[in-house]
Design a binder for this molecule. Structure first.
Ligand code: SF4
Length: 377
């Protein structure tokens, strides 16, 4: 079996080149071809010696994930469903805005955390993605978009690890993938423009601070343990106080001087004035220990199995107003891609129905579904 070179960060690729009897610096050339130019054909890599290209042809490949579907929303949001084998599929979402292009990337097929308001969580956990499967989402999307927008310039300016899965429960695959995103010979994204979103895996937040401190978003969703336990079951293991203390420690290494707290607004569950008040008290108590944060209020995207409803816009506004008046920076997330189920917490809409995914995979393999043409690979 040959190696998929999307699996390697630059150091990993240098080790791979050495194992082929090549100098380490060849890895930099190869890395640029793969990530900056989107090449998958070693024959294209004209500044590599023919002997190296021959060795690579027999020992390696560069392969995107098969695309099962692509949906483009009226607002320009694009959602791709990728086949990761054995009836599993993961989704990535591109969100264009005036000043940025953000790709939301998945880290696992399914998720073991099982948050009550999350469609992926209801699907259950299948498996961790490999580094190659995480990187392939960015590699495909970036070069697909460049081709379709007919530009050589970078299209994706920000990556958020907020797709399917809890990235900090797939740590060993996540770190090399982040390094590919940050490397100047790869995608050259600054640490501020790459965000890991976690439901609160405290020991791994501490490790991330040491290994690759990118921007951090924490799915908080409740001001007290009593309320958070049933919404985010991981809270039973790492309660709010421990989580916020780890956020304070993370800030010593973070590229931004605040942590973003995500708060999904659930009608009658966590959206009352009393909840806003206890959130304010929680933040103020931890501010004394060094916590700096901002809140992002997320309108819930209902799905039948959740038994939950979206808070009325007026409730979200008054919740935000209370936080703002207490001096807490608060934004309300604009929902994007609603019409294609690409909004936050909706990922896995297609995947939930395994039979349908398996049918799609079978159709694609038999040629009865025309796959979306990859860029140059
Ligand atoms: S919100 Fe995140 S951590 Fe929770 S179940 Fe969904 S994907 Fe997993």
């Amino acid at each position: 079996m040959t190696a998929n070179l999307l699996e390697f960060d630059l150091e990993g690729l240098a080790v791979f080149c050495e194992a082929l009897g090549e100098k380490r610096f060849r890895a930099t050339q190869l890395f640029r071809w793969i990530h900056q130019r989107g090449a998958s054909d070693f024959g294209q890599m004209s500044d590599l010696a023919k002997s190296l290209r021959d060795k690579l042809t027999t020992s390696a490949h560069i392969r995107a994930l098969p695309v099962l579907s692509e949906h483009i929303s009226a607002d320009g949001t694009i959602k791709w469903l990728f086949d990761v084998g054995d009836g599993n599929a993961v989704e990535s979402v591109f969100i264009p805005e005036d000043d940025r292009g953000t790709l939301c990337v998945s880290s696992q097929a399914g998720c073991a955390v099982g948050c009550r308001f999350c469609s992926t969580g209801h699907q259950g956990f299948s498996r961790n993605l490999s580094t190659a499967e995480i990187v392939a989402q960015l590699w495909f999307a970036e070069h697909f978009l460049r081709k379709h927008l007919q530009t050589q310039d970078r299209v994706i300016s920000n990556v958020v690890m907020m797709g399917m899965g809890e990235p900090l429960q797939n740590y060993s695959a996540l770190i090399p993938a982040l390094r590919v995103m940050l490397n100047d010979h790869g995608y050259g994204l600054s640490r501020r423009r790459v965000t890991v979103s976690t439901s609160g895996v405290v020991p791994m937040i501490d490790r991330l601070a040491q290994d690759c401190p990118v921007a951090l978003a924490v799915s908080l969703h409740a001001p007290t343990d009593d309320l958070r336990d049933p919404l985010v079951p991981l809270n039973r293991k790492y309660p709010i106080d421990e989580l916020l203390q780890s956020c304070v420690r993370y800030l010593e290494h973070a590229p931004r001087d605040f942590i973003t707290f995500e708060y999904c607004m659930l009608d009658g569950v966590n959206d009352q004035p009393a909840h806003a008040q206890s959130l304010i008290e929680l933040v103020q108590a931890h501010a004394r220990q060094g916590l700096r944060c901002k809140f992002n209020l997320i309108p819930f995207n209902p799905f039948p199995a959740s038994g939950l409803l979206r808070s009325a816009p007026a409730k979200v506004q008054s919740f935000a107003k209370m936080l703002l008046e207490a001096g807490i920076v608060t934004t309300i997330r604009k929902t994007r891609g609603d019409d294609i189920d690409a909004a936050c917490g909706q990922l896995a809409g297609d995947v939930k129905d395994r039979t349908r995914v398996q049918e799609r995979i079978a159709q694609q393999r038999s040629g009865s579904v025309i796959p979306i043409a990859p860029v140059s690979h």
